[in-house]
Design a protein around this ligand. Structure first.
Ligand code: 5CA
Length: 445
């Protein structure tokens, strides 16, 4: 993409309404525009990152055999009357009446609708296990929408639902989700710690939240510092192997890590004092096992091998897809702007032309651009007729991890400059080597 033809409405001033850094940078970098409290338009740069995050979520769900579908945002109230949640859900639910006078709602979550799909089409144990998920907009009429996309009213969520024959199988699905989530967050450059949580309006006994440590997080967290060192890396996991998956979950949930909702001082005091940490965290996901809560209420049963009929065991598993943009920025920025991890960056590499309209510089930039594209990469070429300082400031603000700077002086010596946004370090290289180096970095992502 050429910047002169792109739509990147960068703001020079800090917007007064933004209290935290991610909100400020998302507005300044022209990623989002607020349309109403807690409701945003996703401008091209923000939309690109949102799509990259969705892609990672899809890939990691597919790896575990979970199946994507798409349910509507608007749901009939009658389904929620069956589960009893229509009255229980309270003011957070946006209730709508259509022209026939039928009660509808903008879905805050989809347990009822997925249970309805299941009961309409599945009746035998032979069709289990089954996990269905979608990535769809949700609406919760939050009392205090704030911090930009962090606590929106309309927000994008991945929500997945497992259907299993018994509790053991459903707990395997729970564990499987935990591992897919750990991998998903790691690919986004995040350390997200699973913490025992409260189930709230979803219900159930077993539930973990995933928290990214950040001083601006809404939850107070208590943890053993050693938990922040755990990582899956690129180990291969057989998602069908119950023991193996359970072992990984044990590794990530044994050290003390809890939010204020479930914190127990006496257990925390057993952590060696120098590793005992209190901080704040952003909740980027939550998984639940709730057994037959919805299948009992809505009559979702399956026939077992001996012909008897049993309610299906279920759980639900959510990732805050739009909130993740804010969480990633909170975890990765400096005073000049965002620093995207390679896994989610909107463009792989920036190209800055220091002397626009100079034939040699223009041709070199175009060649670089074409070479990167030929290798399957997406560069953003700043071809505006602007001062170098302004071009650098824009690149730093929007946070592309790599920048190639092209100027007549370097070109005379046959080199361009490759700069890492994270470290600020630069090296001079012949253009072909700079391209090869950027390609090699992304080949490993
Ligand atoms: N049905 C379950 C799991 S699918 C569910 O709704 N879980 S949840 O309530 O915990 O939401 C899942 C994730 O969505 C949360 O962990 C959080 O990351 C994100 N989320 C929840 N509310 C908001 C909001 N108002 N704005 C942005 N993201 C949100």
């Amino acid at each position: 993409m050429r910047l002169s033809r792109y739509f990147l409405p960068v703001l020079k001033e800090n917007p007064a309404e933004a209290q935290i850094v991610s909100h400020r940078y998302m507005l300044r970098a022209g990623m989002i525009k607020q349309q109403q409290a807690g409701i945003y338009s996703w401008l091209p740069l923000g939309y690109k990152v949102l799509r990259r995050i969705e892609q990672i979520v899809h890939e990691e769900q597919a790896r575990a055999g979970h199946i994507a579908l798409l349910m509507p945002t608007l749901q009939p109230a009658d389904l929620w009357r069956e589960s009893g949640r229509y009255d229980d859900y309270g003011e957070e639910m946006l209730r709508i009446t259509d022209r026939q006078g039928r009660d509808m709602l903008y879905g805050p979550t989809n347990e009822e609708m997925i249970t309805d799909i299941f009961r309409s089409h599945v009746s035998s144990y032979k069709d289990l296990p089954l996990t269905l998920y979608h990535i769809q907009w949700k609406f919760r009429d939050e009392m205090r929408p704030r911090f930009g996309v962090m606590r929106g009213r309309e927000f994008l969520m991945k929500d997945g639902y497992n259907f299993d024959i018994d509790k053991d199988a459903a707990l395997h699905a729970y564990n499987r989700h935990m591992v897919t989530y750990l991998r998903t967050y790691e690919r986004m450059g995040l350390t997200a710690i699973p913490m025992r949580a409260d189930s709230g309006p979803i219900g159930g006994d077993d539930t973990h939240e995933f928290l990214v440590l950040a001083s601006t997080g809404e939850s107070e967290v208590f943890y053993d510092e050693a938990v922040t060192q755990l990582s899956l890396g690129d180990r291969k996991i057989d998602y069908d192997n119950r023991e193996e998956v359970a072992e990984v979950c044990k590794e990530f949930t044994t050290l003390y890590a809890r939010t204020d909702e479930t914190h127990k001082e006496e257990l925390f005091n057993e952590v060696p004092e120098d590793r005992r940490k209190v901080g704040r965290g952003i909740e980027v996901g939550q998984i639940f096992y709730f057994g037959t809560k919805y299948s009992d209420a809505m009559g979702a049963t399956v026939q077992t091998s001996d012909g008897s009929s049993v309610p299906v065991h279920m759980g639900s598993h959510g990732i805050g897809v739009s909130r993740l943009l804010g969480a990633i920025i909170e975890a990765s920025h400096d005073d000049k702007g965002i620093i995207w991890p390679e896994g989610v960056t909107p463009f792989h590499c920036g190209i800055v032309n220091l002397k626009q309209a100079d034939d040699v510089a223009d041709t070199a930039c175009q060649d670089l651009y074409d070479s990167l594209v030929a290798l399957g990469l997406e560069p953003l070429y700043d071809d505006r007729d602007a001062r170098a300082g302004e071009k650098f400031a824009t690149m730093d603000l929007i946070g592309l991890p790599w920048r190639i700077t092209v100027g007549p002086r370097g070109l005379k010596n046959g080199v361009v400059e490759l700069t890492s946004r994270r470290t600020g370090e630069s090296e001079e290289l012949p253009p072909a080597e700079a391209v090869a180096k950027v390609a090699a970095i992304y080949a490993g992502i």
